[in-house]
Design a protein around this ligand. Structure first.
Ligand code: SF4
Ligand code: SF4
Ligand code: FES
Length: 558
């Protein structure tokens, strides 16, 4: 996979400058930052917010919203901070110490709002809108505008995923710059001048690139919204949790809003080292696919419902037998850890395979997406549960099942066998095997009816723990959705199975407990805190080479 676009912007020059530090003053506070730092970022590094709409650290500077004005000692007029790089000795005043800046910000907001429809009551952005927030914080005066507002396009689809309300647009051009500079697909542009200006799709195009939903995250107001999620929930009725996308092994950082067990919105969480503030559409709009519509909530043996403990006894038949173990690539790292211990101690003769396949990516996908649908395949590799040739190992195992040479089959995880691989040949191979167990979640799985023992599991959205992304970054995935009664995490099922076979592997109360126990078990990881793994993650390769890694990818101004 190529680097995320712009990741090495200014390359060596920036690296050289980074060694030099520059001292300046912001609101009377001494600030020391690397040369080349943007003023908005420099202020953010000491907790001072310079409000901004058009500025985004990973896009070019537009300088058109005028929200970021600051006062510089010795200069006659206010200037915009977004277009300024720190210089030695600068003495800056923001709204925190300058009345002139405060007045300018209030005037800017009043100007921006002149033609704004003020339809917060029906706007999806309400509750997470920078126009609302800034107006409240930096102006908070009623409108003095008495004339008829200019009317523009309403509810205009720009492509399959994004819809425009032209009247809410503040012309910051973030969306246009994203399509010009990052995806380089240039679908969007500005039409007309003055108060008639609107954004529009360029002639003959539609906004349908693989990262198109990202423009909604970038839009600071409610002008761009998701077609899928329009009017589905007020954001304050949903619970937002920070986690990792399980769509592929890039491991993009996300904020997922859930209401009544349904994902109602997904936004990017900034991580400079993984996804900046971008997400692919397949990942963003695909979260609900990890939640089967109907769930298995009771264990079964040969079609009859049984107590979980009875189903777990099925593992006894595998001890010492040649066993093929299919593993889902979205299990937690901690689960792979316990599975390896269990197989070594209690099954003894086994071959594990990960459901892994690569696909062709187009140029836009290559900016971010990994060619697999195997979010934590690296986690399996950490414990040698998958070799270097994952795809052919997986295919060979499927062929062995079809040929009847695999007689003892354990399937762990809903995606341990991909849906497209469930041929009648495969299902009949499983049905004819001497022993077979599946730990799965979907009540409509083709495995039901073929496999002897079924044990209900929790999905990857229903548990918390560690994932390792394609580039070996260890990150924390959080629980997003409550699980149905009767389901258990794979780690708990494996631990209970081990107990039935003689002795449990670990004594743990919950997911968090397990993560802490796992971190403590590895001297390289033992000083890591879960909070660090939630905030950017750490590169395992750095830990290998140089001991403890620093947390990277912290959030600043975006
Ligand atoms: S639609 Fe949103 S992101 Fe695009 S120019 Fe308007 S306000 Fe900015
Ligand atoms: S690139 Fe992969 S991890 Fe990122 S949003 Fe898309 S599917 Fe999810
Ligand atoms: S002009 Fe500076 S953020 Fe828009």
């Amino acid at each position: 996979m190529s680097e995320i676009n712009g990741a090495d912007k200014n390359g060596t020059k920036e690296a050289k400058e980074a060694k030099e530090m520059v001292e300046l003053t912001i609101d009377g506070q001494k600030v020391v930052v690397p040369a080349g730092t943007n003023l908005i970022e420099a202020a953010a590094s000491v907790g001072i917010t310079i409000p901004h709409y058009c500025y985004h650290k990973d896009l070019s500077i537009a300088g058109n919203c005028r929200m970021c004005q600051i006062e510089i000692k010795g200069r006659p007029k206010l200037e915009i901070a977004c277009n300024m790089i720190v210089q030695k000795g600068l003495d800056i005043s923001t709204q925190g110490s300058s009345q002139a800046v405060k007045d300018a910000q209030a005037a800017t907001l009043e100007f921006i709002l002149i033609n704004h429809p003020l339809d917060c009551t029906v706007c999806d952005q309400s509750g997470h809108c920078k126009l609302q927030d800034y107006h409240y914080e930096y102006n908070a005066k009623p409108s003095r505008f008495e004339e008829e507002k200019v009317h523009k396009v309403k509810a205009e689809p720009l492509g399959p995923n994004v819809i425009l309300d032209g009247e809410r647009c503040i012309m910051c051009t973030r969306c246009i710059r994203f399509c010009d500079e990052i995806t380089q697909t240039s679908e969007l542009g500005l039409l007309n001048r003055g108060d008639q200006t609107v954004i529009a799709v360029n002639k003959g195009k539609e906004l349908n690139n693989a990262l198109s939903g990202t423009v909604v995250d970038l839009c600071p107001v409610g002008a761009l919204t998701h077609r899928n999620w329009r009017f589905n929930s007020r954001i304050w009725y949903a619970k937002e949790t920070e986690s990792i996308c399980t769509g592929c092994s890039t491991g993009c950082n996300v904020k997922v809003a859930v209401r009544d067990g349904q994902v109602v919105q997904v936004k990017a969480k900034y991580n400079a080292e993984v996804n900046k503030e971008w997400l692919c559409d397949e990942g963003r709009y695909g979260f609900q696919r990890f939640q089967p519509k109907t769930r298995i909530t009771e264990a079964a043996v040969k079609g009859s419902t049984v107590e979980l403990q009875t189903a777990l006894d099925s593992f006894k038949a595998f001890k010492g037998q040649d066993t093929v173990v299919f593993l889902s690539p979205d299990l937690l790292l901690e689960e792979f850890w316990l599975i390896k211990k269990f197989l070594d101690r209690d099954i003894q003769k086994f071959k594990t395979v990960i459901a892994y396949k690569e696909r062709e990516l187009n140029d836009v996908e290559k900016i971010l997406v990994s060619p697999d649908y195997a979010a934590n395949f690296r986690g399996a590799q950490v414990f040698s549960l998958g070799g270097e040739k994952l795809e052919s190992e997986y295919k060979d195992a499927l062929a062995a099942v079809k040929a009847g040479t695999a007689q003892n089959i354990i399937i762990i995880g809903e995606r341990a066998i991909l849906r497209e691989d469930f041929s009648s040949e495969l299902l009949s191979g499983i049905a004819k095997a001497k022993n077979s167990i599946a730990i799965i979640s979907d009540a409509e799985s083709p495995l039901i009816g073929s496999v002897q023992t079924v044990i209900p599991e929790r999905t990857c959205l229903e548990k918390a723990g560690l994932y390792v992304n394609r580039k070996m970054r260890l990150q924390y995935i959080d629980r997003l959705i409550d699980s149905p009664v009767g389901t258990n995490q794979v780690w708990r099922i494996i631990n209970m199975a081990a107990q039935r076979l003689g002795q449990e592997l670990i004594s743990c109360a919950n997911d968090r407990d397990l993560t802490l126990r796992y971190l403590q078990s590895d001297p390289r990881l033992s000083t890591l805190k879960i909070a660090e793994l939630k905030n950017g993650g750490v590169l395992l390769t750095e830990l290998n080479e140089a001991g403890r890694s620093k947390t990277q990818g912290g959030v600043t101004a975006v």
